[in-house]
Design a protein around this ligand. Structure first.
Ligand code: NAP
Length: 488
């Protein structure tokens, strides 16, 4: 059965940084796909803004190439492009903003979305100029990309400055992991089935693992990444958000604040990691040269201009949530660049049966594991123990109930940005981070950064193409557990 997509009112979406990597690789393809599904009404405009001196035709040509490379049908691309406009503008200078305001004001009734797909150093300048030009009216919304700050103090500086121009209800802090189909499915699995929720606690869950592994190295983002590192780039936002979605109490409804209130409580309940325990609970790594898919790849330092850095490209840590539901249940998080596979998944490992009635010939009993795969091949697997078919005694096997969403529904899953962009247009902030969530996440991260800084230790080396430093394996094996092998 095909379900027709819900109606969307005409909107103007301005992409500051409209020629950048994120805009061309993610935002414009996402808008194109929504256009193809009839969710970009004809009067809507998408306005790219950057300093480069392009005109509308030049911008449309640039976007055409990107969409064609992505496999878009040429007649659909031709139909989409007339809705694109471009205005050269420097966010740091006053010139040109009156022309920009006049362009936006041509459609006073439209919902206005200002998507800040630029370096965060520009966020405050852009918001101030939007405000000075009267573009922060009630039908305006601003979208802030990560990273919001590099610690609590800088995050609060940005949040407060933006907050002087746009209200909290107008501010959408995007974390695209929350738009992923599997993360949505976590809500459906947990709260749409009677099966899991009674078991979703320390009485029945042994531990949780969250892995976000990339095979790529630095690419074009070297300057930003070397100032950030894996903890700031991945853990503070995406991984803590995933942890919250797993660990939160059932919200009373799916209203934006009901969900975000519950996530915030999880962040507040995280046990501190600081200079007293960070050596036991965290592992930092940095990749050296190695091989991925049989190809030699350079080490991190070789990818940097000056060849020097103590930035971590890998982090593994053991977090605990100090509340009744989760006391004593470790949440193991690991993320890194140049790892063995590109993979993001959440593994919920249930406790073993309390007593085995099987004899030694049956084979070992394994834990039930619920594996939520975010990428690639979004889907859910539930590992169960069953009897090996046929005669030969009661031999046990561990097999997954396996649901790949693409196979189950026969459709390509929409990219997270497609859903999130339309959520902004519709004014639904459920899947966006509220100010207090961002602050609480930094409040937990800051002492880890301080502990690492205080210890002055270099990150541990790992070979590109491996699963990170051996200390990351030791972190979980010390507790008698292993990283999910199905993923490796
Ligand atoms: P990028 O490729 O470097 O693009 C930056 C964009 O900003 C360009 O269009 C650039 O064009 C424009 N820009 C720079 N200075 C400007 C100024 N003074 N006034 C107006 N425009 C200016 O960066 P990106 O990778 O797209 O990332 C954008 C933001 O998204 C960053 O905060 C990044 O951390 C975040 N992010 C990126 C990704 C990703 O996959 N790329 C993922 C998550 C988050 P001109 O130089 O012509 O002005």
């Amino acid at each position: 059965m095909t379900v027709s997509p819900p109606h969307v009112d005409p909107f103007d979406l301005v992409i500051f940084g409209g020629t950048g990597d994120l805009a061309l690789r993610k935002l414009l393809p996402a808008l194109f796909h929504r256009f193809v599904d009839g969710q970009v009404p004809a009067a809507s405009r998408i306005i790219g803004v950057a300093r480069e001196g392009l005109d509308d035709a030049g911008y449309r040509g640039l976007v055409r190439d990107v969409l064609a490379d992505g496999g878009g049908a040429s007649e659909q691309i031709d139909a989409f492009l007339p809705q694109l406009y471009y205005l050269p503008l420097d966010a740091r200078k006053d010139e040109g903003w009156d022309t920009f305001a006049a362009l936006v004001n041509e459609q006073p009734e439209h919902i206005r979305v200002f998507y800040l797909s630029t370096s965060p150093e520009l966020f405050v300048d852009i918001c101030n100029r939007l405000g000075a030009n009267g573009l922060n009216g009630p039908n305006s919304r601003v979208v802030l990309e990560k990273p919001i700050g590099r610690d609590l103090a800088s995050a609060m500086g940005i949040i407060e400055a933006v907050g002087r121009v746009f209200s909290e209800a107008q501010t959408f802090r995007i974390d695209h992991y929350l738009g992923k189909e599997t993360v949505q499915n976590l809500l459906a699995l947990r709260f749409g089935n009677a099966l899991f929720e009674p078991l979703w606690n320390a009485g029945h869950i042994d531990h949780v693992q969250i892995t976000v592994a990339e095979t790529l190295g630095l690419g074009r983002r070297a300057g930003y990444y070397d100032r950030a590192g894996a903890l700031r780039d991945m853990v503070q936002n995406h991984m803590l958000q995933l942890l919250c979605m797993v660990a939160m109490e059932p919200p009373a409804s799916l209203s934006p604040d009901a969900v975000r209130d519950e996530k915030l409580k999880v962040l507040h309940a995280l046990k501190p990691i600081d200079m007293r325990n960070s050596a036991q609970l965290t592992v930092r790594g940095q990749y050296k040269a190695g091989a991925i898919d049989g190809e030699r790849v350079p080490g991190y330092l070789e990818e940097l201009d000056d060849g020097q850095s103590s930035t971590e490209t890998f982090v593994a840590l053991k977090a605990e949530i100090a509340n009744w539901r989760w006391a004593g249940v470790p949440f193991y998080l690991r993320t890194g660049k140049r790892l063995s596979a590109r993979l993001s998944e959440i593994v919920v490992a249930f406790k073993s049966v309390p007593h085995s009635i099987f004899d030694a010939t049956a084979g070992p009993l394994a834990q039930n594991r619920l594996v939520l795969r975010l990428q690639p091949d979004e889907g859910v697997k539930l590992w169960l123990t069953i009897k090996h078919p046929g005669p030969g005694g009661l031999r046990l096997r561990h097999v997954p109930l396996d649901m790949s969403f693409a196979e189950a529904f026969g459709v390509q899953q929409p990219d997270a940005y497609e859903r999130l962009l339309l959520d902004v247009v519709r004014g639904n902030p459920t899947l966006f981070m509220r100010r207090d969530e961002v602050e609480a996440a930094w409040r937990w991260i800051d002492p880890i950064l301080a502990a690492w800084g205080g210890a002055g230790e270099l990150p541990r080396p790992y070979a590109a193409g491996s699963w990170g430093p051996s200390a990351a394996v030791a972190l979980i094996e010390r507790d008698g557990r292993t990283w999910n092998e199905d993923s490796e």
